[in-house]
Ligand binder design. Structure first.
Ligand code: SAH
Length: 426
């Protein structure tokens, strides 16, 4: 086991790091606790001090050692002078070089978890072609800044750190070796350029994409996925088990799927829950067109999707006195950081309050938040406020998170971002 905390006591690195990052006094505790993000504000200095501040950019993406104020080794990671996360930590063992061997081992371990979960059929297995899974989930897999999703035989790589942006080629080579995909597509989030100071070209980086649409299957339903233009990496894989959990409460009722994207919850409610009627609403024309095609693809005539703004549509439906047996709210991320939490909670309140108006006694509200900075407790308090203001009791029947291929790292709780609640409106 290379990753032991005791290793912090041991001798210098076998492969010397480009520089040493020395922490301010009393800033080391989180890193002994294996939190992988070293903020700029925790750093006292960079050694050798001969690296003048104007040359720090040259250090960006390079391997550095993290030392406590007394100069003792704590951990090793990638440096980025342009990010608020100045160092992303990868190993707490002074003996373990941060190199391709380590990356390969981490990737293999991440894939191993998905095999264990039954989500990663071996190459050549017919189940592989139409399955989709998150193979690498950044900090939760010891690979801060890297996300890899598999859609059938095709991989989508999303890089959210400068260090991995510099190492895309190496990552693709390793993934090809480990998974033998037909193609690898690179996606970036717009915010990465700003937050990490790196621009990356998107698109296919290796192999042959499918000639027509790529179709995946989830719970026996087919969905077309657009690896280039789709949101996130193409599909919201994190809600896989929650779609099934929501469908269990449908029991033939009428369903409103708000923020429906390409129809994940809606189609599941129709097929697994036998919904008599499903209306899906999304602000994206492209998503709605895809959702309607997905409904057709599965022969589900009781489901239709329309373009609309989530807030306005809910308020309009409430004003019209519309009623549903289930309302699903799966809005986009409302808070980017802690300072946006209050405003996000107000938006969640508004949405949920309108949704409650559409539900009769006994109706089911499925409500989610994917804003990492909004805690589960914040969200529960928001629901409590909705119950109070609307004069309707809310019974929480189930609370869930993301599917197991999006694990939560106990040492980096920021990896817990998805909240999923099933509430019964009394
Ligand atoms: N429930 C979906 C995922 C939803 S992601 C699934 O299971 O796949 C959030 C969705 O909200 C996106 O599809 C996005 O297009 C949509 N969206 C963002 N802002 C919106 C708004 N103001 N009104 C309606 N839809 C919006």
């Amino acid at each position: 086991m290379p990753d032991t905390p005791l290793a912090a006591e041991s001798s210098p690195a076998t492969a010397p790091a480009a520089a040493r990052v020395v922490l301010k006094p009393r800033k080391a505790l989180p890193f002994y606790g294996r939190h992988p993000w070293v903020r700029d504000s925790a750093i006292d200095r960079i050694e050798p001090t001969s690296i003048a501040s104007e040359h720090l950019l040259d250090l960006d993406g390079q391997v550095v050692d993290l030392l406590n104020e007394k100069g003792r080794f704590i951990a090793r990671g990638y440096y980025n002078s342009q990010s608020r996360i100045a160092v992303r930590l990868f190993t707490w063992s002074a003996e373990e070089p941060l190199d391709e061997v380590l990356l390969r081992r981490r990737l293999a371990a991440a894939i191993g978890l998905r095999r264990q979960l039954g989500l990663e059929p071996p190459p050549g297995d017919s189940a592989r072609e139409r399955s989709a899974t998150r193979l690498v989930f950044s900090e939760a897999d010891g690979l801060s800044g890297l996300v890899v999703d598999r859609y059938g035989e095709h991989l989508v790589v999303q890089v959210t750190s400068l260090a991995f942006a510099q190492r895309v080629e190496a990552i693709v080579t390793l993934l090809r070796e480990l998974l033998a995909p037909k193609s690898v597509v690179l996606r970036t989030e717009k915010s990465t350029a700003v937050v990490e100071g790196v621009e990356l070209a998107e698109g296919k980086v290796w192999g042959e994409l499918p000639a027509g649409a790529l179709t995946i299957e989830e719970h026996g339903l087919a969905y077309e996925v657009d690896l280039h233009e789709g949101q996130k990496t193409g599909f919201y894989l994190d809600q896989r088990e929650n779609r099934k959990a929501a469908a269990a409460y449908v029991r033939g009722g009428r369903v409103l799927d708000m923020f429906s994207y390409t129809g994940g919850f809606a189609l599941c409610a129709a097929k697994l829950g036998g919904a008599s009627e499903v209306l899906g609403i999304d602000g994206s024309k492209r998503a709605v067109a895809q959702a309607n095609r997905n409904a057709e693809l599965n022969g589900l005539a009781s489901v239709r999707f329309e373009v609309g703004d989530g807030f306005k549509t809910l308020e309009r439906l409430a004003a019209e006195g519309a009623q549903f047996d289930m309302v699903i709210l799966d809005p986009p991320k409302f808070a980017r950081n802690r300072s946006g939490v209050n405003q996000a909670l107000m938006a969640y309140h508004r949405l949920n309050r309108s949704a409650v108006q559409l539900l009769p006694a006994g109706g089911v509200l499925i409500t989610c938040s994917c804003s990492g900075s909004v805690t589960r407790e914040d969200f529960q308090l928001m629901l409590s406020g909705v119950a109070q203001k609307s004069g309707r009791e809310l019974q929480i029947l189930d609370q869930r998170g993301a599917a197991a291929d999006h694990p939560v790292s106990a040492t980096c709780l920021e990896t817990e971002y998805l909240k999923f609640f099933v509430c019964r409106v009394v």
